[in-house]
Design a protein around this ligand. Structure first.
Ligand code: C2E
Ligand code: MG
Ligand code: MG
Ligand code: MG
Length: 283
């Protein structure tokens, strides 16, 4: 981690093959301590309703800063998944995001009309009791479970389809909704879309960002939108970085959008201020 700091970047240096195991072990050790000491934080990115421009909710994203260096989720989430640390990390994220939503309600003196989305790893679905965790977070923080969204990836379904189906049914019966994250990047059989209780598809940013200059990406996004419409699913486009892109997606019938055009992931304070500004602009 020292070398990453010397580079001043947010990403760790590119390791040589023989360094990989040692680097992984170092990250794992530091990450374990960071989780135990509750030094991870969450950033909250607004999700916008494309037809109205209103905030539909926020997505909670884990952040880890070590010795003044930001370590990207693309570096530490895979390590957390391989080491099993994703279980305590995932429990913490669900609890913390729910606690923050309740803190915003108190501060506003009302129940914010927004949902909070939390990312759930495939390993959590197979090795933890996600529906029970969800129920507990909602109860402890006195938040209606209907305001919580769990973002799962296709890998959770591929890993153990029966268990994923049971978990999803249970999540739904608690009252929360399910969004399928990074849609289009996995390798699963599309038939599950019809069988499983999925509420929304999140179209991966690799298809969205830069789609305006790329006919193939436009074709993929259109196909996903029409598939979703036929199946009665909502859609969220990730990685919306420009006004033009947000307008095009709205015209194509996409339900929601998320990306730097609206806001980057924000700390809890800035996210609340974003909601508060947008709420007073609307009234
Ligand atoms: P994701 O769930 O697909 O989250 C969206 C990612 O896109 C986030 O990256 C976000 O910061 C980034 N992003 C948002 N708007 C834009 C944009 O306009 N352009 C571009 N290029 N990127 C944008 P981040 O925060 O680095 O997280 C990466 C991934 O790490 C997440 O992808 C998610 O799969 C995983 N992750 C983050 N936090 C958690 C967590 O608490 N639990 C689990 N299991 N996974 C997490
Ligand atoms: Mg996500
Ligand atoms: Mg995603
Ligand atoms: Mg993604």
């Amino acid at each position: 981690l020292k070398r990453a700091k010397a580079n001043g970047g947010t990403e760790l240096y590119q390791p040589r093959a023989f360094d990989l195991a040692r680097q992984q072990f170092t990250i794992e050790t530091c990450l374990r301590r960071a989780i135990e000491a509750e030094r991870l934080t969450l950033a909250y990115q607004p999700v916008i309703e494309l037809q109205t421009g209103e905030i539909s909710g926020f997505e909670a994203l884990a952040r880890w800063r070590e010795d003044g260096v930001d370590i990207a989720p693309s570096t530490f989430i895979p390590v957390a998944e391989e080491s099993g640390l994703i279980l305590p990390l995932g429990r913490w994220a669900l609890d913390e995001a729910t606690r923050t939503l309740r803190a915003w309600d108190r501060r506003a003196g009302m129940t914010l009309p927004v949902r909070m989305a939390v990312n759930v790893s495939a390993i959590q679905v197979t090795r933890d009791d996600v529906p029970a965790m969800l129920e507990e977070a909602a109860r402890v923080h006195n938040v209606a479970p209907e305001r919580l969204v769990l973002e799962l990836t296709e890998s959770a379904i591929v890993a153990d389809p029966d268990r994923a189906a049971k978990a999803m049914e249970a999540i739904r019966s608690v009252g929360a909704t399910i969004a399928l994250d990074d849609f289009g990047t996995g390798y699963s059989n599309l038939a599950y879309l019809q069988r499983l209780p999925i509420d929304a598809l999140k179209i991966d940013q690799s298809f969205v960002t830069g789609m305006l200059g790329d006919r193939d990406k436009v074709a993929i996004v259109r196909a996903v939108l029409s598939l979703a419409e036929a199946l009665g699913l909502r859609t969220t486009a990730e990685g919306v970085e420009t006004l033009e892109l947000s307008q095009t997606l709205a015209a194509l019938g996409c339900t929601r959008a998320q990306g730097y055009f609206y806001a980057a992931p924000l700390d809890a304070e800035a996210a609340y201020a974003y909601w508060s500004r947008s709420n007073s602009a609307a009234t």
